[in-house]
Design a binder for this molecule. Sequence first.
Ligand code: UD1
Length: 428
Amino acid sequence: MTSLTNNWLLVVGARPNFMKVAPLIRAIDKHNSSRDSSLVTIHYSLVHTGQHYDANMSDAFFRDLKLPEPDLHLGVGSGNHGEQTGKVLIEFEKVLMKEQPDLVIVVGDVNSTLACALAAVKLHIEVAHVEAGLRSFDRNMPEEINRLLTDAISDYLFTPSPEGDENLAKEGIPSEKIFLVGDIMVDSLLFHLDQAKSTDILSRLGLKPQSSDFRSSSSKLSVEDPERSRRAPCSTLPYALMTLHRPANVDDKQALEKIVRGLLEVSAHFPILFPVHPRTAKQIKAFDMEGSFQFHSSPDIKPEEYFENEALKRKIHCFSPLGYLDFLNLMSNAKVVLTDSGGIQEETTVLNIPCITLRDTTERPITLTEGTNVLVHNDPEKIVAEVRKVLDGQTRVSQCPSLWDGHTAERIVAILARHPCGGLAKHG
Ligand code: UD1
């Protein structure tokens, strides 16, 4: 009997890639374990470009998501855009020439995504782009350039929601290349949520206090009485979770100052917890803004630090970036999430947690129309006004968008494995 084998290279580079590739690996393994002998066998290798390299930006995600060790590590590291993209391009081309894969799968919109897609297409190797079609229509964002170019050169474009298909159609991409498959991040979220809820991060952060003082007061969150809100009891104390790392927000001193002004007002209502991205940590220091932040050397914080210590009470509480499971646990218990990330807008929509996005555009508009997301840019008044709505219970209930069901990776693998052009299948 003839056996068919496809050789695929899966690429990861930066933090938001890891949770998009883990479900693909599970789906490929499931596909290969099928007893249907008419199916191709998929042989895959995992390539890590090394765009992110810190233990808490990369290794922690491999551990939490149970990703296999990369078969190849390009060790590219940080640099300016041209330098970083160029280094990945050079190193990945060498890999392609040696490995001669049938297909390269890239995910998301980071510099590694574009560089690896470009290296492959130049060698006439087919490229699949997972999370295609997203557009913020803001070409100042490096990710927007990466999205536009990666989509323009990919052979298979897997979109998370219908507006992705519309964007690609408007750019002249033939419909045969476009596949609406749903959001692959949601595969990871749903797969790990139960496990995430059992991590000890809430206790470590002092958010599950034992003190009767915290348990005895009223449970009503109140805008009028922030002190009371801060002490509102429940199994978890109320807190806001924040992420902030976009160059437009953190590389521009005025923009960062405006955001921080809004945040310090919010911190009167409940603590703001901020796992800080290395880029942001650097900028806070460079702009001499450390006075507004309390840097904790580990996420082991006592509740008194949020509520009783006058010097710390009105500061933004920072610690190192968290792994996937701890972050998911914190996000799913937060009163509100403040962010400039892309993926978090989607995750909060699925979790039905209010999301205030510190940007003026989003490439994920479905999170505004069907989810919990609102855009406030860097406007301190809007930040405070939206938090007030949350405190007053004026939050929208999200609808989970169609196909955000945890089976996106399976759909992708099934499509690629039975591609109608047959260009992929090679006799093994
Ligand atoms: C990148 C992605 C962005 C994504 C983000 C998630 C691009 C253009 N941007 O931005 O879309 O949302 O990852 O984190 O690809 N650094 C470390 N340790 C690391 C990685 C980075 O200290 O492990 C520092 C370096 O000083 C580096 C800076 O962070 O210069 C920025 O890293 P870089 O990969 O260039 O971009 P991000 O801001 O992380």
